[in-house]
Write a protein that binds this ligand. Structure first.
Ligand code: ZN
Length: 64
């Protein structure tokens, strides 16, 4: 799953482990955010559940 750093704009992908972690967070609290750390600038981009709902693969995980 590709995302974009909100600070430096660099595109990077989340690992399966990170996706699983994020899904677990949203299942616990749908208003929570998952911090994805940029490999370039090291800052964390906050990802809302909405981003995962737009991706067909992660949407299935959220519904499971
Ligand atoms: Zn960055």
């Amino acid at each position: 799953m590709q995302i974009k750093c909100s600070f430096c704009g660099v595109p990077f992908s989340l690992t399966q482990e990170q996706i699983a972690e994020a899904v677990a967070i949203y299942k616990n609290d749908s208003h929570a955010h998952f911090d994805a750390h940029c490999p370039k600038c090291r800052r964390s981009t906050k990802l809302a559940k909405k981003i995962f709902e737009l991706n067909p693969l992660t949407r299935k995980m959220l519904e499971a």
